[in-house]
Structures are given as structure tokens and as C-alpha cells.
Design a protein around this ligand. Structure first.
Ligand SMILES: *[C@@H]1O[C@H](CO)[C@@H](O)[C@H](O)[C@H]1NC(C)=O
Ligand SMILES: *[C@@H]1O[C@H](CO)[C@@H](O)[C@H](O)[C@H]1NC(C)=O
Ligand SMILES: *[C@@H]1O[C@H](CO)[C@@H](O)[C@H](O)[C@H]1NC(C)=O
Ligand SMILES: *[C@@H]1O[C@H](CO)[C@@H](O)[C@H](O)[C@H]1NC(C)=O
Ligand SMILES: *[C@@H]1O[C@H](CO)[C@@H](O)[C@H](O)[C@H]1NC(C)=O
Ligand SMILES: *[C@@H]1O[C@H](CO)[C@@H](O)[C@H](O)[C@H]1NC(C)=O
Ligand SMILES: *[C@@H]1O[C@H](CO)[C@@H](O)[C@H](O)[C@H]1NC(C)=O
Ligand SMILES: *[C@@H]1O[C@H](CO)[C@@H](O)[C@H](O)[C@H]1NC(C)=O
Ligand SMILES: *[C@@H]1O[C@H](CO)[C@@H](O)[C@H](O)[C@H]1NC(C)=O
Ligand SMILES: *[C@@H]1O[C@H](CO)[C@@H](O)[C@H](O)[C@H]1NC(C)=O
Ligand SMILES: *[C@@H]1O[C@H](CO)[C@@H](O)[C@H](O)[C@H]1NC(C)=O
Length: 583
């Protein structure tokens, strides 16, 4: 114990002594742990931590405690760095961060690892899967934090619950997976997973997918079936930086993934990164225990394969590299759902003409072609056709068709949106055909073919739409002679507003959802007041307006209903949301 205390206080002085000491007495182990875990620091019952303190391992290279996330703290284990830390494990990673007020992490007298946040008076047991009480805990130089019972047997260890990283000596067991972090600064569950499947294959997938080949973007190819059914494999990172798939029982190496040959004072970690890459890193420390360098030793995918990561781009978009940086590009006829978050994918930027009139349908659309495209969705029709023109024509004439894929086998596959994992791959000899609208805004006035635009960013467009909605309420639904008062006001307002559009108090780049009436009212900044109507009448007018410009004539209310709706005699359902119908 004295040695440990000395080591903690004078790490540089003691480092060499310790090394010699442990090399000589290999039999010395800490508690019941593996000899390879080497030095540890014992933590007795009744010890506690509060933000931002931690329990460090004897080498000072790893610490367990509170690390900063956003304006609060998370409980985790990290590799101590020079300027920043590398988090390797987080407790309850999807819980909100805790504040420093009255928060403690206790190894209680009753033998539990307990997080108490005074603010909410909440308690959370971190070692919640433990069946018996701990007698003491140890923080190892390997980065493992272990709880022992009276008999010095391990009853709980962080190595059994990896988040996005395994360290030297750690195993990812059969059937378990690593889940990436959301970002470098937010370690809650992110977008990718690495699964050690029971069939022996180690596979990368986006989260929330099935364990099927079409969802995967990398696999080790070590399916047990090849070598005989029933063999369970594990992923193991050994202490000298060899990342390998091993057999559970014999520990035989099935496949070496990454090898490294660094000096002794190196820590290895295999991490499923934020961007979906699975990589082996080395962190080399100098003699004084200071982090000297960090390197990538191995990666499941190469840098230039960034676009192979499934789910990097959302629906209806594909990834392309520009200057080695990946970008998401929308398919023809679609726009980003959220310009600030390209990974959310794209949606069609025009509304569909109903299937009732095939002539109108064909005249409204054209086909845009793109080569070397692929996606994984199952088509609703496979047909044999000799040319891509023929394939395009069949899609154009089919009001259900939104995209088609023509391949060299003279196979024409028709699809509906959304399309998933769209890829541009020069090795694919395919032609993708996308249905796009040929109508422009000008031609559609006064009857907009566009649905009530869900998201738009320019002031002018919004004013136009407001005017249209209101004008429509009067002109198109009510018709002349009905409710002349509204008509008069709207006409006046229309001209006035168009002229004054620049002075409207709309923020630039405002994103407005027409279905959020409060937001609409706020954004129109007094428009409602000028109409001299109350909130509910204004809402009703907007709703009726939206009903009146439904593309589907069947959906448009009758003139009689409109009058009743506006007078508040009958209830108005919320109009179909275009975001749903256009996806
Ligand atoms: C930690 O505690 C265990 C059990 O009491 C003991 O065997 C071991 O020597 C201690 N290790 C250190 C480094 O103090
Ligand atoms: C981390 O991301 C989650 C999920 O988006 C979010 O709820 C949480 O507030 C984020 N935490 C911080 C500190 O930004
Ligand atoms: C901080 O951490 C990030 C992510 O691990 C790394 O890319 C960056 O180089 C680190 N910065 C410094 C100064 O070490
Ligand atoms: C923390 O406590 C201080 C002093 O009691 C108080 O001023 C502050 O608002 C508290 N912060 C939070 C986030 O509760
Ligand atoms: C946790 O530790 C702190 C400081 O030692 C102590 O005040 C508090 O009562 C402890 N809480 C529990 C639940 O043991
Ligand atoms: C500890 O070991 C003793 C004797 O080997 C055994 O009787 C006892 O059940 C063990 N206790 C625990 C908690 O494992
Ligand atoms: C790790 O694995 C490599 C390759 O199998 C082997 O050469 C090395 O001795 C192993 N290291 C340890 C510490 O087991
Ligand atoms: C690593 O340790 C071994 C003894 O285990 C020693 O012989 C060797 O010189 C060391 N290598 C380096 C680069 O320090
Ligand atoms: C829809 O997107 C295409 C590009 O994919 C663009 O050329 C077209 O102008 C957009 N149409 C509308 C109405 O925004
Ligand atoms: C349809 O697309 C083709 C090829 O891109 C083009 O030549 C043609 O002019 C387009 N037709 C219309 C009506 O826009
Ligand atoms: C649409 O109208 C604008 C201005 O009114 C005009 O400049 C533009 O050429 C028109 N576009 C089409 C396709 O008619």
C-alpha cells in the first residue's frame, strides 16, 4: 500500500522501480485479477468522488471519475492526455450529464458504486448488474475498474460493459457489440455498431438495423460456418496491440485484424469511431509517463472508403468525396430535409400528381438519368426491357414509380421513394432513372402544384405563400360573392404586403413549419392583427387554405363546408401533412 501511495505521489520517480519490481515478481497480482493487468490502486469502501475529481491508476495514465460533457459531467474512464482526454468508457452514457452541485460518486459502505445527484435527490447504482456486495475496488493501469467480493473474486468490472472501445486485455464477447459515440464531445450512443455475431463474423452496421448482410458495411468474413458450426468467437485486443478474433474455448487465433509493434510503454485501444470506422490506436508514453504520440495502427476501412459507411447519408441521398471529405448529395428531384443536418437525408421537392389522369401525369414529369448508382431497396417491379429509354418511359407512365434502376442484364426495376444506402460505384454498370417535376413555380400560379411548402427559408417565398393561402381561402374556396369582407381585406393586404415584404420582421433564414400555428403567427408578426381576426379564426383560415390547395381534388372541401368551417360551425381537421405524403 505504501508503494502505491508513493507511486501516486511520485509517478516519475517510481515508474522505473515499479517496472523492475513487477518484472521480478510476476506472481504478484492485484486482488484476483489477471497478471497482465499489472499495477492497480485499491479503493476502500466509503470512498467518494465529486466533480471534477477522479481515481487514477498507479501509472496516472487512466482515471475513473467525472469528466466534462457540455456544461455538466459524466462518469467514465479516460486515458489522460496532454491537452485533452480520450474517453474509453462511460457509465449510463445516454443519461443527461450531471451538474457539480451536490453530486457524488460513492463506493458505499454497503458495497455499491453509487452516483448521487443532490439536485433531484436521485441515486443511481452504476454497478447495477452486481449480485453481491463489494469489499473493495481497484483501478488498474489497463484501464479496467474492478469490484471484488470478500474472497477477492471479481464481481463486476467495466471491461465487461464496453461502450465504444476495448483496451489491451479486453474482450468483446460473442453476441455483444460496441456502439459508437455521437460526437467527439458527446459520448451518448451514436450512429454505428460493431457486432461480434454468434455466427463468428465481426460486422459493422448502422444502429437500429437488423443483423443482415445488406445492412452491413464491413465484415471480418470469419463466419464460423466455414470452419465448422458451433464455434463461438470473440474479439480480443491483447496487451501488445494485437487485435484478433479468437476462439472462445481454446483461445486460438482465428484471424489477426491488426498488429502493431510499438515500444513497451504503449497503450492500445480499438474504438468504433464517431464516423463508423473501427480502428486500432496506439498511445505511446515517455519515461516520465507523459503522452508522447498517438497513432492509428489499423483501420477496418481506409480513409478513402468513408463513403462506404452505410447510413452516413440519409434516405434519398448518396455520399461523395470532395478533397477527401465526404458530402451528402440529394438525388435529382429531392432537397435536404434539414440543410444544417445533411445526414437526415432528402425528400422530394415537388408534390405528386394523382394517379387519376395518366395524361396529366406524364406531362408533369421528366426522367433524369445518373450512371453507376446502387441502392439496397427491393423494387416493387422487375421487368425485362432492352433499353434504358424504355425503362424510363415505363416509370414515367407508372404513377407509383419514383425511381428506376436499369442494369446490363436488361432488367428494369421500378421503385418508390425513399431509397436507402444509395451509392455511386463506378464498378456498377447501372443507369438510375429518377422522376422529376418539370413544372416551375411560375406556371403554377395561381394554383400551386407545390404543396403548402413545409420548410422554406426566404422571406419572399414565405410572404408569397401566406398571400396565396389567404387569397386561396377567399378566391378558390369561397368563390365570388361569398364572404366579401375577407376578400376585400385580403386584396388590400396582398398588395400592401408584397410591397412591404422587406420590412416584415422575419428573421433571415427562418425555418418555418406551416403546421406550427404559433410559429406562423409569430413569423407573420401582426399579419393576423391586421386582418382583425382572433387566433382561432386565423388558424382556421390557414387550415382551410391548406385544405383548399390539396393536390387531390377529392380532398378539397366543398364550398358549403368551407363556409361552415370558417364560421367555426364545423371542426377542421388538420390537413394532411406534406412531410408525410411526400416521403
Ligand atoms: C489490494 O487489496 C487486495 C486485497 O486486500 C490485496 O491483496 C492487494 O495486495 C492490494 N493491492 C495493492 C496494490 O495494495
Ligand atoms: C448529447 O447528445 C444527446 C442526444 O442528442 C443530447 O440529448 C444531449 O443533450 C447531448 N449532450 C450534450 C452535453 O451536448
Ligand atoms: C484531442 O482529441 C482529439 C480526438 O481524440 C484528437 O483528434 C486531437 O488531436 C486531440 N488534441 C490534442 C491537442 O491532443
Ligand atoms: C449550484 O449551486 C449554486 C450555489 O448553491 C447555485 O447558485 C447554482 O444555481 C446551482 N446550479 C445549478 C445548476 O443548480
Ligand atoms: C457519499 O459520500 C459523501 C462524501 O463522503 C457523503 O457525504 C454522502 O453521505 C455519501 N452518500 C452515500 C449515499 O453514501
Ligand atoms: C468465500 O469463500 C468461502 C470459502 O472458500 C466460501 O465458503 C464463501 O461462500 C465464499 N463467499 C463468497 C461471497 O463467495
Ligand atoms: C499478442 O499477440 C501477438 C500475436 O499473436 C503475440 O506475438 C504477442 O506475444 C501477444 N502479446 C501478449 C502480451 O500476449
Ligand atoms: C520492452 O521490454 C522488454 C522486457 O520485457 C525489454 O527487453 C525491451 O528492451 C523493451 N523494449 C523497449 C523498446 O523498451
Ligand atoms: C428540385 O430539385 C432539383 C434538383 O434536384 C432542382 O433542379 C429543382 O429546381 C428543385 N425544384 C424545386 C421546385 O425546388
Ligand atoms: C426531359 O429530359 C430530357 C433529357 O434530360 C430533355 O432533353 C427534355 O427536354 C426534357 N423534357 C422536358 C419537357 O423538360
Ligand atoms: C419566372 O418568373 C420570373 C420573374 O417573374 C422570371 O424571371 C423567370 O424567367 C420565370 N421563369 C420561368 C421558367 O418562366
Amino acid at each position: 500500500m505504501q508503494l502505491v501511495v508513493m507511486a501516486l505521489c511520485y509517478p516519475s520517480l517510481m515508474a522505473s522501480i515499479f517496472t523492475v519490481f513487477f518484472l521480478l515478481s510476476i506472481s504478484f497480482t492485484c486482488g484476483g485479477a489477471q497478471p497482465q493487468q499489472k499495477q492497480c490502486r485499491n479503493i476502500s469502501l466509503g470512498s467518494s468522488l465529486y466533480p471534477p475529481t477522479s481515481w487514477t491508476s498507479p501509472s496516472g495514465q487512466f482515471a475513473l471519475g467525472f469528466y466534462r460533457q457540455g456544461s455538466g459531467f459524466m462518469v467514465g474512464i479516460w486515458l489522460v492526455g496532454i491537452d485533452n482526454i480520450t474517453v474509453v468508457w462511460t457509465a449510463n452514457r445516454d443519461d443527461p450529464p450531471v451538474t457539480s452541485n451536490g453530486t457524488t460518486l460513492n463506493l458505499t459502505k454497503s458495497g455499491k458504486l453509487l452516483l448521487t445527484t443532490d439536485e433531484q435527490g436521485k441515486e443511481k447504482i452504476i454497478s447495477d448488474t452486481m449480485s453481491e456486495s463489494a469489499s473493495y475496488a481497484s483501478m488498474f493501469d489497463s484501464g479496467n475498474f474492478v469490484l471484488y467480493n470478500k474472497n477477492h473474486s471479481i464481481i463486476w468490472e467495466t471491461f465487461s460493459y464496453p461502450t465504444d472501445t476495448i483496451l489491451g486485455g479486453q474482450i468483446l464477447s460473442t453476441g455483444f457489440q460496441l456502439l459508437s459515440s455521437l460526437s467527439e464531445t458527446n459520448h451518448s450512443t451514436g450512429r454505428y455498431r460493431l457486432k461480434m455475431q454468434i455466427d463468428g463474423n465481426l460486422v459493422l452496421y448502422p444502429v437500429n438495423t437488423l443483423d443482415i448482410a445488406s445492412e452491413s458495411y464491413w465484415a471480418s468474413g470469419t463466419d464460423g460456418y466455414r470452419n465448422g458450426i458451433g464455434l463461438k468467437y470473440r474479439l480480443y485486443l491483447n496487451h501488445s496491440g494485437s487485435l484478433e478474433i479468437i476462439q472462445s474455448t481454446s483461445m486460438d487465433i482465428v484471424q489477426d485484424l491488426g498488429l502493431s509493434s510499438k515500444s513497451n510503454n504503449t497503450i492500445y485501444r480499438a474504438t468504433l469511431d464517431v464516423n463508423g470506422f473501427f480502428r486500432l490506436y496506439s498511445h505511446t508514453f515517455d519515461k516520465t509517463g507523459k503522452l508522447q504520440s498517438s497513432d492509428i495502427e489499423w483501420s477496418a476501412l481506409e480513409d478513402k472508403e468513408l463513403c462506404k459507411v452505410n447510413g452516413f447519408c440519409g434516405f434519398n441521398s448518396f455520399c461523395t468525396l470532395n478533397d477527401n471529405k465526404p458530402y451528402c448529395v440529394c438525388l435529382p428531384g429531392t432537397d435536404l430535409v434539414d440543410v444544417n443536418n445533411p445526414s437526415l437525408g432528402c425528400e422530394r421537392n415537388f408534390s405528386k400528381v394523382g394517379c387519376s389522369s395518366s395524361k396529366v401525369h406524364v406531362e408533369s414529369y421528366n426522367i433524369t438519368t445518373t450512371e453507376n448508382m446502387m441502392w439496397i431497396d427491393i423494387p416493387y417491379t422487375h421487368e425485362s426491357m432492352s433499353t434504358k429509354e424504355e425503362c424510363g418511359k415505363s416509370c414515367l407512365e407508372d404513377c407509383n414509380c419514383e425511381a428506376a434502376l436499369f442494369n446490363t442484364d436488361s432488367n428494369c426495376q421500378r421503385h418508390k421513394l425513399p431509397l436507402k444506402y444509395v451509392r455511386r460505384d463506378p464498378s456498377q454498370d447501372t443507369v438510375a432513372l429518377f422522376k422529376v417535376s418539370i413544372r416551375s413555380w411560375n406556371e403554377t400560379v395561381p394554383i400551386p402544384v407545390k404543396p403548402p411548402v413545409h420548410v422554406f427559408t426566404s422571406k419572399k417565398v414565405m410572404v408569397q405563400i401566406l398571400v396565396l393561402i389567404l387569397a386561396f381561402t377567399a378566391f378558390s374556396c369561397l368563390g365570388l360573392g361569398v364572404s366579401g369582407l375577407y376578400m376585400f381585406k385580403i386584396r388590400v393586404l396582398r398588395y400592401k404586403r408584397l410591397k412591404e415584404s422587406e420590412t416584415l420582421g422575419l428573421t433571415k433564414g427562418l425555418t418555418l413549419n406551416l403546421y406550427s400555428y404559433d410559429e406562423l403567427e409569430r413569423a407573420t408578426n401582426g399579419f393576423k392583427d391586421e386582418l382583425e381576426v382572433d387566433k382561432s379564426t386565423f388558424e382556421n383560415m390557414v387550415k382551410v387554405g391548406l385544405w383548399c390547395i390539396q393536390d387531390e381534388p377529392v380532398l378539397r372541401p366543398s364550398m358549403k363546408s368551407v363556409v361552415l368551417m370558417l364560421e367555426g360551425i364545423i371542426d377542421i381537421c388538420t390537413p394532411p401533412c406534406p412531410t408525410n405524403t411526400s416521403i
